[in-house]
Design a binder for this molecule. Structure first.
Ligand code: G16
Length: 545
């Protein structure tokens, strides 16, 4: 096979010219921005994915077109490495360089990339592409596909998918079906079979009732939930809302519910204490919530999900009569009360890493069982080969019937989990399984510990990159003096904690604050927001409470 790199340039010039002069960066989860500015980015990511596939001996690389939690006019691209993980950091840098060269430099740049990375251009190359249901996604998908074609790679388009489905498909293909069948049906089958086996015939149990209200954020998660329901034997009674009538993520979805700390629009006022769940625009994040008999809204976020799952899996390990090291990974956004609960009550080791599932996933691999969740509901569980083997050995060979039964159940739990990345629907089915097994309603889950009141703000600045951080984003390094000022303000609040960091998905600086009371948490967030505005080049009016 010969590849003519002139085609790379010709396609770029004729179909996907770079009209944006400003440099952009591969952010927390890929490139993101206004959809109308992204055609050339998508084309070039098609090129990059093809080269990455060749460099990894023809393994499948995934390209997902989505802006996840961002508003509808935005779009973006997430790249998936062969093991289903986010793109390796060194290649994130290569992606940034490739996107920022001019059209006339593109051919030479690709030639150099091939030489520098020692890529065999005759190696076969496979790229799987999926998209969310934004109206501009099909156009951008075509740009990715044309990038693959320009380099004579093989592209397989899966149409509308959730991001975690594409991660699953990539891993299935690269493990030659060991992880599951590399089809949409294969995905449903794997999860539904495990869920229904675990669920048994008695659906209600104690305070656990088999009814769930589901907010699909008008995104792909709603569509796929409906597909799940079509294939399930009434094992979960789900009412789906925000299934596409409104704008994606607008006043709904996991990010809205978490940041605004209120129920989404588009959902009826439910009976008090009804279990409700929200996913985000590409269904890789999940939030639980309910409103109690006094009309008070309660949120059960990623920290809660992590603690519920970690506690349950720890019990399962004991019930199998084995020893495995289980650890939990969080970010600076984790509520201080959750971290205390993990350390003091659950007595599980916990580590803190920078925002972005890529960091959490990587750290979780240090454990036999690594549970990782961001407070925003993005997370999953990874099991080492050793852990899987030990559990399997007990299930197959133990003479202790109780151990054997627990290990068989554990294997089904592992099947229910999408280990490749945070998966809102798989996570939700796991939470449902645990709540059912415990016979808990959401009040009982909430009672495990009390969250510290908290608030997140967004501050607009001229250039968010003037803010740099260290210590897993908990300490601000630049602008000079900002951290000292934050420390002074925080010192005035009981149980006060606050940090600031530039978002990697939106053009804003994020401010997080928690304190002993809601009023104090809010005041602390606004005080820190004003500091950011003053010292980091704020744009527009200062934040006001
Ligand atoms: C992405 C990442 C998450 C991250 C979130 C917000 O989520 O996958 O790990 O927490 O962005 O990142 P930032 O604070 O840097 O904007 P999603 O669901 O938008 O893809």
């Amino acid at each position: 096979m010969s590849v003519n790199l002139r085609t790379v340039y010709a396609f770029a010039r004729e179909m996907y010219p770079k009209r944006v002069n400003k440099d952009i960066q591969y952010g927390t989860a890929g490139f993101r921005g206004k959809a109308e500015d992204l055609d050339y980015v998508m084309y070039r990511m098609g090129l990059l994915a093809t080269l990455r596939s060749r460099q990894t001996n023809g393994q499948v690389i995934g390209v997902m077109i989505t802006a996840s939690h961002n508003p509808e006019p935005d779009n973006g691209v997430k790249l998936i490495d062969p093991k289903g993980e986010m793109l390796e950091p060194r290649w994130e840098k290569l992606a940034t360089d490739l996107v920022n060269v001019s059209d006339s430099e593109l051919e030479a740049h690709v030639t150099k990339l091939i030489a520098d990375e020692n890529i065999s251009i005759t190696q076969s190359s496979h790229v799987f592409v999926g998209m969310d249901n934004r109206y501009h996604s099909p156009r951008l998908l075509k740009a990715v596909a044309d990038g693959v074609i320009a380099l004579k790679g093989c592209v397989k388009e899966f149409g509308i998918l959730t991001t975690p489905m594409l991660h699953y498909l990539v891993v299935c293909a690269n493990t030659r079906c060991a992880y599951g069948m590399p089809t949409e049906e294969g995905y449903y089958k794997k999860l539904i079979t495990a869920f229904e086996d675990l669920r048994g015939d008695t659906l209600d149990n104690g305070n656990y009732k088999n009814l769930l209200l589901f907010d699909g954020a008008n995104g792909v998660g709603a569509r796929k939930m409906l597909q799940f329901l079509k294939r399930m034997k009434n094992s979960l009674n789900v009412n789906v809302f925000n299934s596409g009538q409104g704008k994606i993520n607008h006043e709904c979805g996991a990010d809205y519910v978490k940041v605004q700390q209120c129920a989404p629009s588009g959902m009826p006022i439910a009976e008090p204490n009804t279990r409700c769940v929200s996913v985000d625009g590409d269904a890789d994040r999940v939030m639980y919530f309910f409103t109690d008999e006094n009309g008070v809204f309660h949120l059960l976020d990623g920290d809660r999900i992590a603690t519920l799952i970690a506690g349950y899996l720890m019990d399962m390990v004991k019930e199998c009569g084995i020893e495995l090291n289980l650890g939990l990974v969080q970010t600076a956004y984790a509520n201080g009360a959750s971290t205390n609960y993990i350390v003091n009550e659950l007595q599980i080791p916990v580590s803190c890493v920078p925002t972005g599932v890529k960091h959490l996933h990587h750290k979780a691999l240090d454990y036999d069982i690594g549970v990782y969740f961001e407070a925003n509901g993005h997370g999953t569980i990874v099991f080492s080969e050793k852990a899987k083997q030990e559990i399997k050995d007990v299930a197959e060979n133990s003479e202790n019937n109780q151990h054997k039964a627990s290990a068989s159940r554990f294997l089904k739990i592992i099947d229910l989990i999408n280990e490749t990345v945070g998966d809102a629907i798989s996570d939700m089915l796991l939470v449902e399984t645990i709540l059912q097994a415990k016979g808990w309603d959401l009040k009982q889950w909430l009672a495990t510990y009390t969250d510290l009141p908290n608030l997140q703000l967004k501050v607009k600045v001229q250039d968010r990159n003037v803010i740099t951080t260290t210590d897993a984003e908990r300490v601000c390094v630049t602008p000079n003096g900002l951290q000292d000022e934050i420390n002074k303000v925080v010192a005035n609040y009981k149980k006060g904690r606050s940090f600031v960091r530039p978002s990697g998905t939106e053009d804003v600086v994020r401010v997080y604050a928690e304190a002993a009371t809601k009023d104090e948490a809010d005041r602390l967030a606004y005080e820190v927001g004003v500091l950011v505005h003053k010292m980091a080049g704020g744009v527009g009016p200062e934040p006001v409470q």
